[in-house]
Write a protein that binds this ligand. Sequence first.
Ligand SMILES: Nc1nc2c(c(=O)[nH]1)N[C@H]1C(S)=C(S)[C@@H](COP(=O)(O)OP(=O)(O)OC[C@H]3O[C@@H](n4cnc5c(N)ncnc54)[C@H](O)[C@@H]3O)O[C@H]1N2
Ligand code: MOO
Ligand SMILES: [Mg+2]
Length: 409
Amino acid sequence: MSDTPELLPVEEARARILELCTPLPTEWVPGDDALGRALAQDVHARRTLPPWDNSAMDGYAVRARDLAGPLPVRLTVGETVFAGRRPTREVVSGTCARIMTGAPLPPGADAVVMRERTRTVEAAPDAVEILEAVGPGNFIRPRGEDAKEGDVLLRRGTPLGIPELGLLWAQGQGTVPVPRRPRVAVLSTGDELCRVDEPPGDGIVDINAPALALAVRRAGGVPTLLGIARDTREAVQEALARVDGFDVVLTSAGVSVGDHDFVKDALEALGVEQRFWRVAIKPGKPLVVGQRGATLFMGLPGNPTSSLVTFELFVRPALRRLQGLEDVEPARVTGRLDGRLSKAPGLAHFVRVTATWRAGELWAKPLGTQTSGALRSAAAATHLLHFPRETSSLTDGSHVELLPLSWVA
Ligand SMILES: Nc1nc2c(c(=O)[nH]1)N[C@H]1C(S)=C(S)[C@@H](COP(=O)(O)OP(=O)(O)OC[C@H]3O[C@@H](n4cnc5c(N)ncnc54)[C@H](O)[C@@H]3O)O[C@H]1N2
Ligand code: MOO
Ligand SMILES: [Mg+2]
């Protein structure tokens, strides 16, 4: 039995957050700004592609029946057809056309023989000897094999990778309908914090806001830094009152049970409905999530690694869902533990590891200091190892679930 039964399991916390996220309104953007985003509507083919039967090889366009007799077969070469030109003559029995890759197939021809399977004839410069028999359709790319006008080419929700954009460009479609990018406000809280361009004295440099802003951008959102709010109820409330027009508001720190942890109070005072507080994970336990109108508020814990890990586990999936992507769960791969781990039951741990391939398996080695304030192990990590909530030890070589990190270079 867990000693912390009131804490939400990580999967349930993520599911509750995703329930609050629906795709944002559609905008039309140039293809290169659509990379990694999801299509907001089905796209139908406007063109049949390829537009005509064409050659897949440099060679000779032939009538397959002409090659039925003993080899080699000598054929008279009519014309040469290049990509970008149209054939002008029919290929009749006993003749062929030289043809280049991508050139339209001349009428009468029903197959292509690649050049390497032919031989020129010195005594007969207008002829070619075909060295192999081929069937109809050989090395022909038929009209419409990639798209037929009216086909659903790509469905709504499809993530736009590079070939997907190629498909759209091939259709002559230069702009693409996608949900607009989420606008994300990022606020740091804490009396001890200063900006990186200020002399720190014995203060702490605000890492979270600039780091979260980069993570937001990498996840497809548009970050706006709201600066640093001091640790008073009024200051936090005042900073959070300026968030009209944002889809998501991220704060860091001030969400635990300390005397100066005011984020939850400030959210309540501003009419934000709290959806949950505290998840059964380490790092990242004190995460608080709320909603007001269409704006999602996520109060991340102050420790820099906790804020980055909660970003990976909860914020990134939310930002991706707002962008219309359907498959937003963090990626997972199976690996083997290189070493041993133990902990008390009650919290799932997300352990910073470096994972490397050895003998066909991904071996995960836990990094040094794993406290939530330590960033060096976050910097060296390639994956988070999921050490399940109720498990208290993992032996050397155990099969483990690994989450590839989006923050690695
Ligand atoms: N009695 C308890 N104490 C704590 C608990 C608990 O359950 N009971 N939870 C611990 C956990 S877990 C975490 S995580 C932290 C979360 O604390 P807060 O979110 O309230 O954050 P702060 O207390 O304000 O700061 C924590 C730590 O992080 C540093 N920090 C904050 N903001 C930044 C920033 N922008 N850049 C760099 N570093 C930052 C801050 O200086 C503190 O060192 O609470 C535990 N306590
Ligand atoms: O959850 Mo806290 O992030 O463990 O230190
Ligand atoms: Mg605190």
